[in-house]
Ligand binder design. Structure first.
Ligand SMILES: [Fe+2]
Ligand SMILES: [Fe+2]
Length: 279
């Protein structure tokens, strides 16, 4: 089985011709399924974009949502709308809302949106203020002093949702593919060939998911975990343990496209990804 991987499409930034080129690329792809690791569009547009992508791809389309997918809306509202859409359009699969999926006999897929959870880097002295705080209602209605705790809570929610499904998947599958939006480690948070500094790390690393992945990789030394993520728009590969690798996909605003191919064997997942080392 082959899965085409896309990340950070930001379709709200794409012209009609850029979108048409993406659709043509998906239709021409010989992949058996598609995986999108978030930042598909912005809140009010996300369901329409997913509906259209689902029609165009006409094969299973697995996805998680990224921070931009909640812009001009609320986190719980968009998650609910997207889950409802998946109930209607049966080739769409919102992984955050699902248990594991078997990609082959011994390769499973799980997913979780994730969030830059303020646990890595130097939040207090960071000069970074993401648009998230102004454009996602959950943050905009809060006092800025509340943001750090809210980021942490979103990261904790991600860890809580992922823990039971990852545990179960590792009991069943030799290889577990984890799809998420935010890199779970600083070492996987790439920018122009370097990894993040203390200024950006609070908003570009989901540290609590990283802790969970490290714990699970240690507990299951005979299993392999491969994480595919986006959010930084810069590609890179990070080996976090003998059995734990994180592949971060690159992206450009206004140039949505397939960033890589996952080759799913009976018990392993290999990849060919733009700008990333293969396994
Ligand atoms: Fe993005
Ligand atoms: Fe993002």
């Amino acid at each position: 089985m082959r899965v085409a991987w896309l990340t950070d499409l930001h379709l709200d930034h794409a012209t009609d011709s850029q979108r048409d080129a993406l659709y043509a690329e998906c239709q021409a792809s010989t992949a058996d399924g598609f995986l999108i690791t978030g930042d598909i569009a912005t809140g009010p547009l996300v369901c329409d974009c997913l509906r259209e992508l689902g029609d165009v791809c006409d094969r299973p389309l697995y996805f998680v949502l990224g921070n931009h997918d909640f812009y001009n809306s609320r986190i719980d509202r968009i998650r609910r709308e997207v889950s409802d859409l998946c109930g209607i359009q049966t080739n769409l699969h919102y992984l955050t809302d699902q248990f594991s999926t078997a990609l082959s006999e011994n390769v499973g897929l799980v997913g979780e949106d994730g969030w830059g959870d303020g646990t890595e880097g130097d939040y207090e002295n960071s000069s970074v203020r993401l648009s998230d705080f102004a454009l996602i209602e959950d943050f905009a209605e809060q006092n800025p002093e509340q943001w750090k705790n809210h980021l942490r809570a979103l990261g904790a929610e991600s860890e809580d949702r992922l823990r039971p499904k990852l545990q179960k998947a590792l009991e069943r599958f030799a290889t577990v593919v984890v799809a998420t939006h935010v890199p779970p480690y600083r070492e996987a948070c790439w920018y122009e060939g370097h990894t993040t500094d203390d200024n950006w790390a609070p908003f570009f690393v989901c540290g609590q998911m990283g802790n969970l992945l490290t714990e699970m990789a240690l507990e299951h030394p005979a299993r392999r975990i491969v994480v595919f993520c986006g959010h930084t728009h810069h590609p890179g590969t990070a080996s976090m343990a003998d059995n734990l690798t994180v592949v971060t996909g690159g992206a450009h605003y206004g140039a949505p496209g397939i960033t890589g191919i996952l080759e799913i064997g009976s018990a392993e997942c290999l990849w060919r990804v733009n700008g990333c080392q293969p396994l």
